[in-house]
Design a protein around this ligand. Structure first.
Ligand code: MG
Length: 399
């Protein structure tokens, strides 16, 4: 089998708001076509226009080849060889960051082709089933304008999640730093206040995770919050420090009474090795597209297992990313939870409408994916509607 073409769809939620903090307002969907008539689908959590440029840019010399140009003609049934050739061939522009995130979308599409060609879900291509069911956690990220609105909204979202059967929730409690929610600028003590109120609402048996999205500029601030959160039995504290402050992560991970989690922005196993070894995090959070696709995400899971760390992947895009994370969760025993937002709790039109992710949610758990490949079905009408919204954006080189 050979790859015959790569199509990039730049998609945008027509109601997008550049002041919102969610990255689920635009996406790139890639389709990898083959001479056998099997088509693979992939996605990555990177600006859709940037991703398209990374894939479609023509090569100019042997160490800076175009991803699309290289992939056409390759054997899609050997994603690991394709990964190595694309990674090495794009090295002068890539090795880390955007080009590797774009490579991730292509790698996911190749694994989708492998599963579809064999008629099995991707996880069955990888060996041992780790579990009979997946335990999702609900990420709660209210878009609000004031602390009072936030506190009210997060409580009602948390209780809705528990009514829907969720056994774990993650609160995006970001009141300072670059990612802070619109209109919020609150002292650090507010984080524990909110968590205490949510704990009272959901009871002792629901796991609570807290994501502060790079809020703290020192280990001392992060540690003070971690100590307050420990009193509420928080499962992990996510992204307390800036992504590049690995030595600070190392110190915090050693001293914190709560597990420290990070890794959503990183690319390649090499960056995740640094995060675990120098940064010392107890919970690694690769985003499957951004890390470089399923090929690289599986390597990161193996590295985490060797080091006795947990993996809780980041998946905040459309149902494609969610379905892909579910494939990984099926074969990863050290993955206690998996990010999944049911349509009822989600504000993203792309997440709601673009694909049927094939995942069956019932009473707090998801069954293992059963459809061939990554298991998603694109809605062609939604694809066209979001592509049209993307085409309407003018400016820069696409103006
Ligand atoms: Mg996060």
């Amino acid at each position: 089998m050979r790859v015959t073409d790569v199509r990039c769809h730049v998609l945008l939620d027509p109601g997008y708001d550049v002041t919102a903090t969610s990255s689920a307002q635009d996406t790139i969907v890639v389709e990898v076509l083959t001479d056998a008539g099997v088509t693979g689908i992939g996605e990555t959590d990177l600006n859709a226009w940037v991703t398209r440029a990374c894939i479609e840019a023509p090569g100019t010399h042997t160490m800076d080849l175009g991803l699309r140009e290289m992939l056409v003609g390759m054997d899609p049934l050997d994603p690991e060889t394709a990964w190595r050739e694309l990674y090495v061939g794009s090295a002068m522009s890539g090795r880390r960051g955007a080009v590797v995130h774009a490579l991730g979308a292509l790698d996911i599409a190749l694994w989708d082709i492998c599963g579809k060609a064999r008629g099995v879900p991707c996880w069955k291509l990888w060996g041992e089933q780790a579990t009979d069911e997946l335990t999702p956690y609900a990420s709660l990220q209210p878009e609000v304008n004031s602390y009072d609105e936030y506190a009210e909204s997060i409580l009602s979202w948390a209780s809705r999640a528990v009514r829907l059967g969720f056994r774990a929730v993650k609160l995006e409690a970001t009141f300072s730093g670059p990612y802070r929610h619109r209109g919020l600028d609150e002292p650090d003590e507010r984080i524990a206040e909110v968590v205490t109120a949510v704990r009272r609402e959901v009871g002792p048996s629901v796991e609570i995770m807290v994501d502060v999205q790079y809020a703290f500029d020192s280990v001392a601030r992060a540690l003070a919050t971690a100590e307050r959160l420990a009193e509420q039995g928080v499962f992990f504290l996510e992204a307390p420090l800036w992504a590049d402050d690995l030595d600070a992560y190392g110190e915090l991970s050693r001293r914190s009474p709560v597990r420290i989690a990070a890794g959503e922005w990183l690319s390649t196993r090499f960056e995740h090795a640094d995060l675990m070894d120098r940064g010392g995090v107890q919970v690694d959070q690769p985003d499957v597209g951004r890390v470089g696709g399923l090929t690289e995400a599986r390597r990161v899971c193996a590295m985490a297992a060797e080091r006795g760390r947990l993996v809780v992947p980041h998946a905040w895009k459309t149902g494609i990313s969610v379905a892909v994370a579910a494939q990984l969760a099926a074969v990863t025993p050290q993955m206690p939870f998996f990010e999944f937002l049911p349509r009822e709790l989600c504000e993203s039109a792309l997440r709601q409408e673009l694909v049927d992710d094939g995942l069956r949610y019932q009473s707090g758990v998801l069954g293992l994916p059963e459809r061939p490949g990554i298991g998603v079905e694109l809605d062609p009408d939604a694809l066209e509607r979001f592509a049209e919204a993307g085409r309407r954006v003018r400016g820069g080189i696409y103006g």
